[in-house]
Ligand binder design. Structure first.
Ligand code: 13P
Ligand code: SF4
Length: 340
């Protein structure tokens, strides 16, 4: 038996734990977090990219707030030295794949995603091997490992255009979101093999309670994200990605909207249309909110600390970056051709 010695960079236990986000750093008492974050942004030539589901204080400090497609496009175009990703892990991984030579940090490394977790790469490989002639389209809400087994990524903004760009006789596997998959089958008329995954936030809405709310607000438009279940989407006046929903509320003359997606988007809706009323769609349990527990792990304190210490950092193996990036590049090319 031969033994191989691997040279490891010397790293203290403290640094190892910090890099993985296992040690709690604390904020100096009395610090003005907003001012400190703005100072660090300038000093370190950092860019803060925030998803619409982040808490409103973080959205207001970001250089760019957007949906998954917009955030990927911004990550691909930035000339900042450090990308601070106020979102969840798969989003920061995507930014790292697009910028292998830049430092990408995430305020809380444990900010995961139930949808990405619903499709472990090893199980997906077995699934995919049953359909060797199919190409794989994956929703960007998946792990970096899954992206290495994906031909083209998509987001909820460009998914229809991505599916329509594939020749009609080419069979498709769509992963990991079965709800978005059902919606795309209906919208494009393409039959696809679907992975059985879903988002915990978008599967929580109650049709009965939405009916009740619509009776109380008969003039309100009911709008929903395509990650919602088919019986919820069937009720919607409009279905769209987070950017699509936001733009709909801006251009529509209606005065009130019942919104079936994560509650963070209401901040931008209210900001763009201060005179309109936005009501979060009710969940099917006694919980009062539609907050994503993963997105909401990021706080202003953690944002400051990750900028100050440049930790926790997203690190990916070279082969994952090489292989996974191809699926994101294809998505960005098709989106650009479609004018998205
Ligand atoms: P979009 O930002 O693409 O609408 O996706 C929503 C989402 O669930 C992100 O986690
Ligand atoms: Fe994942 Fe759903 Fe949270 Fe988006 S809202 S990060 S899809 S769990």
């Amino acid at each position: 038996m031969s033994l191989t010695t691997v040279e490891l960079e010397p790293m203290s236990e403290q640094e190892f734990l910090l890099r993985r986000g296992y040690l709690n750093l604390s904020v100096e008492p009395g610090i003005d977090l907003e001012a400190a974050i703005l100072r660090l942004k300038k000093e370190k030539n950092a860019v803060i990219l925030a998803h619409y589901y982040q808490q409103s204080e973080i959205q207001d400090l970001a250089d760019y707030v957007g949906d998954s497609l917009g955030l990927s496009q911004q990550a691909a175009a930035t000339d900042a030295d450090i990308i601070v990703f106020a979102g969840v892990h798969f989003m920061a991984e995507t930014a790292k794949m697009l910028n292998p030579n830049k430092k990408v940090v995430l305020p809380d490394l444990k900010a995961g995603c139930s949808l990405a977790d619903s499709c472990p790469a090893a199980l997906f490989k077995e699934f995919r091997d049953q359909y060797p002639d199919h190409i794989v389209v994956s929703y960007i809400n998946c792990t970096a490992e899954l992206k290495t087994m994906t031909d083209i990524c998509c987001t909820s903004t460009n998914a229809v255009q991505i599916i329509e760009s594939i020749p009609e006789d080419q069979p498709i596997i769509f992963a990991p979101d079965k709800n978005l998959g059902h919606y795309l089958q209906k919208k494009t008329g393409r039959k696809m093999v679907l992975w059985d995954g879903a988002c915990m936030v978008h599967e929580i809405f109650s049709r009965e309670r939405i009916h009740q709310l619509r009776r109380e607000h008969p003039d309100a438009k009911f709008i929903a994200h395509p990650e919602c279940e088919p019986h919820i989407l069937a009720e919607a006046d409009f279905i769209g990605s987070t950017t699509g929903l936001l733009n709909y509320t801006i251009r529509e003359s209606a005065e009130s909207f019942i919104v079936a997606t994560e509650s963070g988007i209401l901040h931008q809706m209210q900001k763009h249309s201060p005179h309109k009323t936005f009501i979060p769609a009710p969940p099917n349990n006694s919980c009062a909110c539609n907050d994503c527990p993963h997105m909401k792990r990021n706080t202003l304190e953690k944002l400051y600390l990750c900028m100050e210490y440049e930790l926790p950092e997203i690190i990916l193996p070279e082969w994952v970056i090489q292989k996974g990036r191809a699926s994101i590049d294809r998505m960005l090319e098709i989106s650009a051709r479609a004018g998205l």
